[in-house]
Design a protein around this ligand. Structure first.
Ligand SMILES: Nc1ncnc2c1ncn2[C@@H]1O[C@H](COP(=O)(O)OP(=O)(O)OP(=O)(O)O)[C@@H](O)[C@H]1O
Ligand SMILES: [Mg+2]
Length: 213
């Protein structure tokens, strides 16, 4: 059986339209799955409809998945608008929160997909980490970081961490009386626990096993 989408209450649509109004400075806090990303996408599309150049818009997310999801939704919506006739396009523009679509707005709406895609350095939807990296790369002297620095990828990070761990373990085992050596012994003792030294037959599990036979 095909499950129909749940109707969105008018009050929710009105609140979403208020939050996505480019003229308003808004902070949205809402439950999981309640439409926060939808509102952000609406807002980006309304900014573009207002004539804001795509390269002037920056959307920041925390995860790469969220950035990809948001960019995909913006481009899917704009790509869909290119295919719509006047009536359905007016409805779609109204649903995006613009009350009174007209011929000029429909023309703009149909051009958005190409302009957002084609503008060099166009619409930016990226993680906060990517933004910070870009800023540091643009202003290395101001930030006092090496020019042209590179960010380690996950594999390089793991390798570096493993090398550092190994170095500490070797130092600790070379000199058990040193601070690192003592720390290693303490860590090993706490991992192994007081059971470690006892003969197997005396452990509670072993007794139970024998009694069960
Ligand atoms: N006004 C609306 N019209 C149509 N669909 C909507 C509307 N508001 C929300 N939805 C749909 O509801 C679903 C959940 O919305 P969305 O992903 O934006 O929520 P979210 O709050 O960002 O979720 P999460 O907390 O998981 O990030 C999506 O499929 C979205 O398209
Ligand atoms: Mg979301």
């Amino acid at each position: 059986m095909v499950k129909l989408p749940r109707p969105i209450p008018d009050a929710v649509r009105a609140a979403q339209a208020r939050a996505s109004n480019p003229a308003a400075s808004a902070f949205v806090s809402a439950n999981a799955g309640s439409g926060k990303t939808h509102v952000l996408v609406q807002r980006v599309i309304r900014l573009l409809l207002d004539g804001v150049p795509p390269e002037k818009i920056l959307c920041i997310t925390f995860t790469k998945a969220a950035a990809a999801n948001m960019a995909e939704r913006v481009f899917t919506t704009l790509g869909h608008w290119v295919t719509l006739d006047d009536g359905p396009l007016d409805t779609a523009i109204r649903e995006a929160g613009v009350a009174h679509p007209n011929a000029r707005l429909r023309k703009t709406a149909r051009e958005l997909f190409a302009s957002a895609l084609e503008t060099p350095g166009g619409l930016k939807v990226q993680t906060i980490h990517a933004l910070c990296t870009r800023l540091l790369q643009q202003f290395p002297f101001e930030a006092n970081v090496p020019a042209r620095f590179a960010v380690l990828d996950d594999r390089d990070q793991t390798e570096m961490m493993e090398r550092a761990n190994l170095k500490v373990f070797l130092e600790a085992s070379r000199d058990p009386q040193s601070a690192t050596g003592q720390a290693l012994l303490t860590a090993m003792a706490s991992q192994i626990g007081p059971e470690a030294g006892r003969p197997a037959a005396r452990r509670p599990g072993s007794c139970r096993q024998r009694a069960g036979r």
